[in-house]
Design a protein around this ligand. Structure first.
Ligand code: GLV
Ligand code: MN
Ligand code: MN
Length: 415
């Protein structure tokens, strides 16, 4: 008879779910809306809590110059090796839920604590990261911390990134005490695995537990500024207006029509708009809006960008306005490492969990880490596919299942 299989290691479910709830209270109002923008006071409080947990777990806490935070587990016999890195981000959008990013960071910590407590001897360091400004709501580009970490953005350019409120990232990190001294990239990873809620409807709708994520779609962010002429709302005939507000509305409608007219999975969003002078009886002289275009196919993404450029040119002539476009972020689609994707599938199967391969619709730090080391992601279901919304929710059983798959993958990679 063969020897019985050793008992499978599992993360501490109550500790993980409790920490997600605890971190989720930081920056959340009585209305349940969480706003913990990068390098804000709330971000400082969230970071302080995360660092306290890292210290309590006995990890070596490091912070780099753009505020990326790390908890490193090194043993004397493996100290020089490249690290297995896990993590995500703890900054949030405006009026967020509590799972986006935080789940991957806290599950990463949980996997490390579980392995340490079990007596597991990793052949290389294992570290958990919380990257700065993943969301990109306060500072552009999104994923600024991980982009800088992999050398895709110069540190000085990261530190001088200007917030929507005018502050510079470097000064804000100094202010909140998280302008670290490490050079971004100081910790050399040999693999990166990010666990995240799906933030879309696929796993929930199909009743599956785990997504083995093969890649991330491309992202294009622009700011469009339309200059018209302010004039009196009551006296200016409709044919004599140079209305920046109307032109902005036409941009939104164009994007919708363009995407709806194709069978592709392209998506387009105007999520932010501001008029000047913004008064009921004044034709807007200026409109500033953001455009978020995404597509898993780089060629189609380029076509969407070109179609928008062509539309804006015609719009300016037709409405008598001038239009300036600023590029805020541009990331091509990314393919993840097939070996790690297979490890994720295998780990799910061994735990009796259903899974499917999928592409991420959301942007993630993993798409940056993929530039420097084998990388993949694990998704768990988001109830109703709701995210970037206080109603974002994932069942505790799914959170725990995903964290156990992460634990198994880290065990394989570090063993
Ligand atoms: C981040 O959540 C993004 O995909 O915009
Ligand atoms: Mn996220
Ligand atoms: Mn997000």
């Amino acid at each position: 008879m063969s020897a019985p299989a050793p008992p499978r290691l599992s993360i501490d479910a109550d500790r993980l779910v409790g920490r997600i709830q605890d971190l989720g209270r930081i920056g959340r109002g009585d209305d349940g809306k969480l706003t913990r923008l990068a390098a804000s006071e709330a971000d400082k409080a969230g970071r302080d809590q995360f660092v306290a947990w890292l210290r309590a777990a006995g990890l070596d806490v490091r912070c780099d110059r753009v505020g990326n935070l790390f908890g490193v587990w090194r043993e004397p016999e493996n100290a020089d090796g490249a690290a297995i890195l896990v993590g995500s981000h703890i900054d949030s959008v405006i009026d967020a839920g509590i799972y986006d990013g935080c789940y991957g960071v806290l599950a990463g910590l949980e996997a490390i604590e579980t392995l340490r407590a079990s007596g597991f001897k990793p052949t290389r360091p294992v570290a958990v990261a919380a990257f700065t400004n993943e969301e990109g709501v306060r500072f552009a580009p999104d994923m600024l911390g991980s982009l800088t970490y992999v050398g895709g953005l110069a540190v000085e350019d990261g530190l001088t990134a200007t917030a929507t409120d005018g502050a510079a990232l470097g000064a804000e990190l100094e202010r909140i005490g998280y302008a670290g001294s490490e050079a971004p990239g100081f910790l050399r990873p040999c693999a990166y695995v990010e666990l995240h809620i799906e933030q879309g409807p696929v796993l929930d709708r199909e009743g599956l537990a785990i997504g083995a994520v093969e890649g991330v779609q491309g992202i294009s962010w622009r700011r469009v500024t339309i200059e018209g002429v302010a004039n009196h709302a009551g006296t200016t005939p409709m044919t004599m207006r140079r209305d920046a507000g109307l032109a902005a509305a036409r941009v939104i409608a164009h994007l919708r029509d363009h995407v709806a007219g194709s069978n592709a999975p392209s998506v387009a969003t105007v999520g932010s708009i501001a008029f000047e002078p913004n008064a009921i009886n004044v034709i807007p002289s200026r409109a500033r809006l953001t455009v978020d275009l995404r597509d898993p196919d780089e060629r189609r993404l380029q076509e969407m960008e070109a179609a928008l450029d062509g539309f804006l040119e015609k719009l300016a002539a037709a409405e008598g306005v001038s239009i300036a476009v600023e590029r805020l972020a541009r990331f091509a689609p990314v393919a993840f490492d097939s070996n790690i994707v297979e490890l994720i599938e295998g780990a799910a199967e061994r735990r009796g969990l259903t899974s499917k391969r999928m592409t991420s619709g959301a942007g993630h730090d993993a798409q940056m880490l993929a530039r420097i080391c084998p990388t993949a992601m694990i998704f768990v279901p988001s109830v109703g596919g709701i995210s970037h919304n206080p109603k974002e929710f994932t069942l505790a059983a799914h959170l725990v299942a995903g964290a156990n798959v992460l634990l198994d993958v880290v065990t394989r990679l570090a063993g």
